[in-house]
Design a protein. Structure first.
Length: 268
């Protein structure tokens, strides 16, 4: 049986998003059938045929958390369908009206910065191809003033024959040859990212919306600002907000290190 990894999209929904027939009774989801119906009602309008093709959904309750997973019909020369884990996953708490959906890509991303030179794109793409990776997106940029080449390449890990922990050793000869500064990561690993914002809220609003909708696959545990203007947005998204006022008395002084600032706030 071919195993398909759960791999990203985030949305926060409340019970009011569902029709009356799907609204959990008394604020909780009582059984697997109800959990599956809620997940189906949310996933199919968003993902369309991709989600509908993974019915029936399977629901499992563990420690007060429902996990609803799609299935695929896999055939192994046996009569009838064999249900394999699908690409859809929907997770929410049993006793709350806040729901959390997760549909994660099983992809890796390689970031590269190095002196501009011939053969960079071809060599990197050929390396991924030789290890049976399917490239789904690439971005390249050359900074002529600094003579730097920047590249971001994303590929699917489904048939990739290298484990990411072995990627460094395998890729090292190429990195050394082209004098690369680089790093690789699985996009399913959600980083924690604090946001530093000033007085104006348009960029913060955009970031928070993209994070909630799943376009930014990260967790935002903290927003830091030198003004209180953006606290209303932080409160709306239920993210802790810390104001560090800058006055004419403290502005000329040394600026705090961002990591030290976050650690100090988190410890209070």
């Amino acid at each position: 049986m071919k195993k398909l990894r759960i791999a990203s999209c985030i949305a926060v929904l409340t019970c009011s998003n569902f029709g009356e027939g799907l609204r959990p009774t008394k604020g909780f989801v009582p059984d697997a059938q109800t959990a599956s119906r809620i997940a189906e009602a949310v996933l199919i309008p968003i993902y369309g045929k991709a989600a509908a093709s993974e019915r029936p959904f399977k629901a499992e309750l563990k420690e007060g958390i429902w996990t609803v997973t799609g299935t695929r019909h896999c055939q192994e020369n046996l009569p009838g369908p064999i249900y394999c884990t699908g690409d859809i996953r929907y997770v929410f708490q049993k006793t709350t009206d806040v729901f959390f959906m997760c549909h994660m890509k099983n992809n890796a991303v390689l970031l590269i910065s190095c002196p501009d030179q011939k053969g960079l794109v071809a060599t990197v793409c050929d390396f991924i191809f030789r290890h049976n990776g399917n490239i789904v997106h690439t971005d390249e940029h050359t900074d002529d003033e600094l003579d730097r080449f920047l590249m971001r390449v994303e590929w699917n890990l489904e048939d990739f024959d290298l484990e990411l922990q072995d990627f460094t050793q395998a890729f090292a000869p190429i990195a050394d040859r082209f004098q690369m500064q680089w790093r690789v990561a699985n996009v399913a690993e959600r980083p924690h990212m604090a946001i530093f914002v000033s007085k104006y809220d348009h960029c913060l609003n955009d970031l928070l919306y993209r994070q909630q909708s799943g376009e930014l696959a990260c967790d935002i545990p903290l927003i830091v600002s030198n003004h209180a203007d953006c606290q209303r947005l932080a409160d709306f998204y239920k993210i802790p907000f810390s104001e560090i006022p800058v006055t004419k008395d403290n502005k000329p002084g040394p600026k705090p290190n961002n990591s030290d600032c976050c650690a100090s706030i988190a410890s209070t």
